[in-house]
Write a protein that binds this ligand. Sequence first.
Ligand SMILES: *Cc1c(COP(=O)(O)O)cnc(C)c1O
Length: 472
Amino acid sequence: MSSGKSNPLARIPGVDTILGADEAAPLIAKYGHTKLVQCIRDQLSTIRAGLQRTPDSPIPTASDLLAEVENTLSHLNQGSLQTVLNLTGTVIHTNLGRSQLPQAAIDQISAVAAAASNLEYDISSGKRGDRDSHTEQLLAELTGAEAATIVNNNAAAVLLVLNTLARNKQVPVSRGELVEIGGSFRIPDIMSGSGCTLVEVGTTNRTHLVDYQNAINTETAMLMKVHTSNYEIQGFTKSVDEAALASLAHENNLPFVTDLGSGTLIDFGPHGLPPEPTVQQAVTNGADIVTFSGDKLLGGPQAGIIVGTKELVNRIKSNPLKRALRVDKMTIAALFEVLKQYRNPETVISNLPTLRHLTRSQADIKKTAEHLKPILQSAVGTCATTETVECQSQIGSGSLPTALIPSWGIKICPVLSDSGSSHEQLLQQIIVAFRNLPLPMIGRVQDSALIFDVRTLDDASAVTDQLPLLPL
Ligand SMILES: *Cc1c(COP(=O)(O)O)cnc(C)c1O
C-alpha cells in the first residue's frame, strides 16, 4: 500500500494499468475481459468514494485491487444452492429439498440432460409424441387409474384440475379440510386462483354427507376431498369418507376429486408407520381424479401427479394452462425411474432413500449414533458434552402429521466457561459452527441442546471427514 496526502484520487491506478498487471491475465482467462473490467470499475468507484470521505486512506496498488476483485468474482460464481446434511429428524423436509433421489434416477436425469431425447417424439411413427406418454402407462399400472398426467408440483395439479373441471362453478369442500400447506398454498386461495367458487360445508370438526347433499345445485362442478395432511382434528369429529362422497357425486353426475397431498403407493402399516391412504385406495373408492406430490412419500422428484379417468384426464391435458405447468424432461426421467421401483415391493423400500430412511431399523440408527458420538466429542473438545440419545423423527411435508417415529441421535450440550457467555449464546455458537462446515450439518434444538438425529445419515464419513474443519 502507498499513501499520499495531495490529490489522492489521481494516484489510484487506472483500469488499463490494472489490466496490465501480471495478476490480471489469469483472471481474464477465467472470468472474461468484460466481466473483469466491470468488476474493476465497481471496485475503483468504491475506492474513490472511500477516499472522498477519508482522504488519508491508503491507495491500493493494482495487485491489491486485483486480489479484491478476484475475491468478489469467485464469491459470485459460488452460487448459493448447495448440499447439506439433514439431521433435523424431519425426513421429508421441504426447506431442505424433500426427497433424495435414487442413483438410477440421477443417472437418467444426466442422460436426458446431456443429449437430445424423444421427449415429445414418437420414435416408431416418426411423428410428434406426448411427454406424458413416458410415465402414463406405469402410473396407470401402479394406481389402477385409467390415465395420468404430470405437472410441476401438487399445488399446480390442484390448480389445473379445478380450473379445468370447475371454472366459474361451485366446489363444496368441508370446513375441516380447508388446509394451508406451508408456503402459502391455501385451498380457498387456490380455489379463487383457479376461477372457482368455494362452497364451505359442515363445520371445522364435523361434516356429514347431508351437508354436501344440501350444497349441490345446478352450479356445482364437482365434489372434492382434501387430505388434511399437516394437522389432525381430534375429539368430537366426523368426516365423510371417500366412497360415500364418490357415490353422492356420481348420483348427481358430478366428478369426485381427491387431493391426497402425499399420496403413497404402498401401505406403510406393515413397516411400523401409521397408515396413510394410498392412491390405489382412492381410485378404488371411486375417485375420478386423484392428485398427489412426486417428492413427498413417493420419494421422487418435485412433481404433481394427476391420475383418473381417461375422459377427465384428457380434458385436463388439453387445458391451455397445462402448457404453463408442465414438467421438463429431467423430471420425467427421474419420475419414471422412481415409479419403476414400485413394481418390486420387495426392493422398493431399500431402493428409495425416503422410504429407506422412514423405515430404517432402530438398531441400525443407534449403531450410527454410537459410532459418531466419540468423534463428535473430540471435535467439540471442551466446548460441549455429547451423548447418544433416543429421540423422535417426523415424516414431514405434512405426511402422517401426528406420527413420531422413535430414533437415535447425538445430543450436544454447551459447557459453561469463564467467557461470561450464557448457555444460549454458547449453544448458538455451536449450532453456527456446525452450519458453517463445508457440508453444513443442520440439526434441531430441543431442551436447550443441539440434537443431530442420524436416521437420515447414510454415510457417517460425510460427517467425520469434515469435522477437523469445525470452526469451534
Ligand atoms: C403438500 C400438499 C400440497 C402441495 O403439494 P406440493 O407438491 O408441495 O405443491 C397440496 N395439497 C396437500 C393436501 C398437500 O399435502
